[in-house]
Design a protein around this ligand. Structure first.
Ligand code: COA
Length: 286
């Protein structure tokens, strides 16, 4: 793998309590680590996760992030005790800080993270867990994972930013059906809804995720980053703005790419005739 990462953070590693991180050949496995609480997301978990994402962004061992859960859950959503009840009786400022911490990692950071992200849904996935799931670039689920917008069942609306997040991937009829019924669904339905790219048997989940990571790690990391960012930004632009922005972004990509991938690719296709873009990637080394 050619790396565009410059250094490893020298501060102590900020994970180990509610979040675990393991490195394996360019993959950072980021695991929600409250299995006894089905990885329900507390304020403490949010604070740790913000530090983890910050550290991994400049950690050369991390080329792609896989977000998953320890034990039998991806995440049972926001922690009803350590997030909701704990923020009920506090001052407005403390509540704002707790919400800001959660918003930061679950969508603001993940949505425009500088490295590719894959959610690997290994089990229960409820309510607030839909936000980081959707804000990862890609997602793979176990066929026997169980998803649910359960909020309606206990007297709240899909808040945080869940309703907004689902509206970016699901069509209105289907989104409203699950918002209004709270009905659970499995991995294959999540695939049909577009919430995940694929649902695979549980015993293939890790293997398939690693396969996908390897595909991403083999790409030019600068161009991959710019392509992901560009796609996410143009979703909210007009056609005219998109055309102008993408032209400028393409030029910027060429300018900042230390591999000079565009020139190399053109030369290998047009002059050397050593590769065809339709069949693979240009030779990156040398
Ligand atoms: N918030 C806080 N605690 C949670 C939680 C959540 N979202 N989800 C699970 N837990 C806790 C339980 O209170 C229990 O704690 P305890 O051992 O101290 O009693 C522990 O995790 C295990 O949960 P339990 O319900 O016994 O596990 P289960 O495997 O039988 O069921 C679920 C798993 C996910 C179906 C069930 O826990 C559940 O419905 N959780 C709530 C899901 C939800 O609606 N989330 C939306 C929040 S936005």
């Amino acid at each position: 793998m050619t790396s565009d990462m410059t250094h490893k953070d020298s501060r102590p590693e900020p994970w180990g309590k509610d979040v675990l991180v393991e490195f394996e050949d360019g993959i950072a496995w980021v695991k929600l680590n409250r299995p006894e609480k089905r990885n329900a997301m507390s304020v403490g978990l949010a604070e740790e996760m913000n530090k983890v994402l910050d550290a991994l962004e400049i950690d050369e061992r991390c080329g792609v992030i896989v977000l998953t859960g320890m034990g039998e859950a991806f995440s049972a959503g926001m922690d009803l005790k350590d997030f909701f009840r704990a923020t009920d009786g506090v001052s407005d400022i403390e509540r704002m800080r707790a919400y800001r911490s959660t918003r930061a990692w679950q969508w603001r950071t993940l949505m425009h993270y500088s490295k590719p992200t894959i959610a690997m849904v290994n089990g229960w996935c409820f309510g607030g867990a839909f936000t980081p799931l959707i804000c990862c670039d890609l997602a793979i689920a176990s066929e026997d994972a169980v998803f649910g917008l359960s909020e309606i069942n206990w007297g709240v609306i899909p808040g945080g930013v869940v309703s907004k997040a689902i509206s970016t991937l699901m069509n209105d009829r289907k989104a409203l059906y699950y918002v209004m019924t709270g009905e659970q669904f499995g991995g294959k339905i999540a695939e049909q809804l577009g919430l995940v790219n694929e649902a695979v048997p549980a015993d293939r989940l890790r293997e398939r995720t690693v396969e996908l990571c390897k595909v991403l790690l083999a790409k030019n990391p600068t161009v991959l980053r710019q392509a992901r960012m560009a796609y996410k930004y143009v979703r909210e632009m007009s056609w005219e703005e998109s055309a102008e922005y993408l032209t400028a972004k393409a030029d910027q990509t060429t300018f900042v790419d230390p591999e000079r991938g565009r020139a190399k690719g053109l030369s290998q296709f047009l002059d050397e005739k050593t590769f065809q873009p339709g069949h693979g990637t240009y030779k990156r080394e040398g």
